[in-house]
Design a protein around this ligand. Structure first.
Ligand code: C2O
Ligand code: CU
Length: 574
């Protein structure tokens, strides 16, 4: 392979992605950040310089499996490495493993990915290795779509952290103000009259349809009439589960999270936060402009649909003349769980699945993770089997390599919820559930075959939220999912023949999702709900795969130090 080098300088800037100006995080002065575009087998070197004023940063290459001992390059702050402090440069250096398709990168410390700190990452087939793809496209476009707030992640987190008292507990930032496509959308400034006073004062000042980045519609294309066009669709958002539709065109889904699926045609495509889909569209309609509309699913929306244009080459400049709202109105309703479930279970691996490997047919361990909400140390937290995750002081890779005790807590979280759980009941103190805060690391052996049952419980307001679960380090098979029930131990609803293999999967409200993976990649891997607020509230865990060799790789030269490593290293000087 070749070596592809990038320099990323990360800073704050004023920006008005939806016509309302606020401070956001830009990379090299751009939002979205620079696109990474490489071939399978390439070495990727990204020199990241932090020019934020006072916050540590890290970058996760979402979906890229850091195989071959590069767990340190995974960019999950406090799991993979220490945050890169202001003024510092850290060099990410890894080989793109045996993967081809659509990925993305994003800040992975605190709420940075919701500040605009992300970009696309494409891995192309490598002709030098004779790579081909099982479909053909004449052209392609990247569609990064996400929810957007006028408030910063700090404001959001402060609200989530307000300690409980009987009358004022927790201040949720609420549903997003806008939906963006490739960093642009349009907030309706006239709506400011009806938003809470705390918002409107500042927003009204900063809302202007002549703001430099504000554009009425992002245009995708122009695409060539009668060609096949590939759309690389990523939900880079922080909260919203999105559905995308293209006026007059079906989408043939050919890959999910950079794994080929049996091609399947859909009209309305669900994309959970963190997920990626490659779809093909055939430009067989009259030469014109067509709406692309995006709606919010899974949570009662309070955000106008996003609308952008797909332009055919030769179409007049300007917007479609049809009614975008009519298209958005046809998309599945936010609470249509049957649609969600049917589509999630629609995808199968192309040409069977490596799950047919006898090894992968025999799980060695089953972990049942029940998520619910409770008050832990006075704050509302999202707990997994009673445990709310907090970042450790020392990155887990360091704790493992230096073999330090006390770097993270173990044994806090059990493989099974300790009580007979019920999806319609909050798991918490009423059941004498022990609640704890810590790192809840699962220690597994290299080569283990791990089943995880994600069981959705209820929140403190007796509701159940949808959650997109993402595993670092390895992809997993989605054996099945259901809504409105407890997983009852039966394998009857599981597909062990050709399940889709992917990296982020939805967990439906009041439901369960069953996944399996082979613990093939040694190192500590973050496993979490991809919603930024839920991560902040503790809905994370770490799967540490102990290397069969017993040896953890050393942190690379030039690594930042923090936590317990700093005194360990400094002691040599005194
Ligand atoms: Cu895209 Cu741990 O995240
Ligand atoms: Cu969640």
């Amino acid at each position: 392979g070749n070596t592809k080098e990038y320099n990323f300088t990360v800073s704050y800037a004023f920006w008005a992605p939806d016509c309302v100006e606020r401070s956001i995080i830009v990379v090299n002065g751009q939002y979205p950040g620079p696109a990474i575009d490489v071939q399978r087998g390439d070495r990727v070197i990204v020199r990241v310089t932090n020019q934020l004023y006072a916050e540590g940063i890290s970058i996760h290459w979402h979906g890229i499996l850091q195989t071959g001992g590069s767990a340190y390059m995974d960019g999950s702050a406090y799991v993979s490495h220490c945050p890169i402090l202001p003024h510092e440069t850290f060099v990410y250096n890894f080989t793109v493993p045996d993967q081809v398709g659509t990925f993305w990168w994003h800040g992975h410390n605190a709420g940075h990915s919701s500040e605009g700190f992300y970009g696309s990452f494409v891995v192309r087939p490598n002709p030098a290795f004779g790579d081909t793809e099982p479909f053909q496209a004449d052209g392609e476009s990247m569609l990064l779509m996400n929810d957007w707030w006028h408030r910063s992640h700090q404001d959001q987190f402060i609200g989530l952290d307000i300690p409980q008292n009987p009358t004022s507990d927790f201040r949720f930032v609420g549903e997003p103000q806008s939906l963006l496509l490739n960093g642009r959308g349009q907030y309706n400034c006239s709506l400011l009259a009806s938003v809470p006073a705390a918002y409107s004062a500042g927003d009204a000042l900063n809302c202007s349809t002549t703001s430099p980045q504000c554009s009425p519609n992002t245009v995708i294309g122009p695409i060539t009439p009668n060609s096949t066009h590939r759309l690389r669709i990523v939900n880079t958002g922080s909260l919203s589960f999105l559905n995308i539709a293209i006026e007059g065109h079906n989408m043939t889904v050919v890959a999910a999270d950079a794994n080929y699926v049996t091609p399947v045609s859909v009209k309305y495509l669900d994309v959970w936060a963190g997920q990626r889909y490659d779809v093909l569209i055939t430009a067989d309609q009259p030469v014109a402009n067509y709406w692309i509309t995006v709606t919010v699913r899974g949570r009662r929306p309070n955000t106008p649909p996003g609308r952008w244009a797909l332009q055919y080459a030769g179409a007049p400049a300007g917007l479609p003349t049809t009614n975008a709202s009519a298209l958005a109105a046809q998309q599945p309703a936010w609470d249509n769980q049957n649609f969600t479930l049917a589509q999630q279970n629609l995808y199968t691996s192309l040409g069977g699945s490596n799950l047919t490997d006898p090894v992968a047919q025999n799980p060695t361990r089953q972990i049942v993770l029940v998520n619910s909400q409770n008050r832990v140390d006075g704050r509302k937290r999202n707990v997994l089997n009673g445990v709310a995750y907090v970042d450790p002081m020392t990155p887990i890779t360091h704790t493992l390599f230096f073999n330090m005790t006390g770097g993270y807590t173990t044994g806090l979280i059990s493989d099974q919820p300790p009580l007979t759980y019920n999806y319609i009941k909050t798991i918490g103190s009423p059941d004498n559930y022990t609640l704890a805060t810590g790192q809840s690391v699962f220690e597994v052996n290299e080569g283990d075959v791990i089943d995880v049952v994600l069981q959705n419980g209820v929140t403190l307001v007796n509701a159940s939220d949808p959650h997109p679960w993402h595993l670092h380090g390895m992809d997993f098979w989605v054996l099945g999912s259901a809504a409105g029930e407890n997983f009852n131990g039966s394998t009857a609803k599981l597909n062990t023949v050709n399940p889709v293999y992917r990296s982020t999967v939805g967990l439906i409200a009041y439901g369960w999702t069953y996944i399996r993976f082979v613990a093939s990649n040694p190192g500590p891997w973050f496993f979490h709900c991809h919603l930024i607020s839920h991560m902040h509230m503790g809905m994370n865990t770490v799967i540490n795969i102990k290397p069969a060799s017993g040896v953890y790789p050393a942190p690379p030269p030039g690594s930042q130090m923090c936590g317990m490593v700093t005194p360990l290293v400094l002691q040599d000087f005194f």
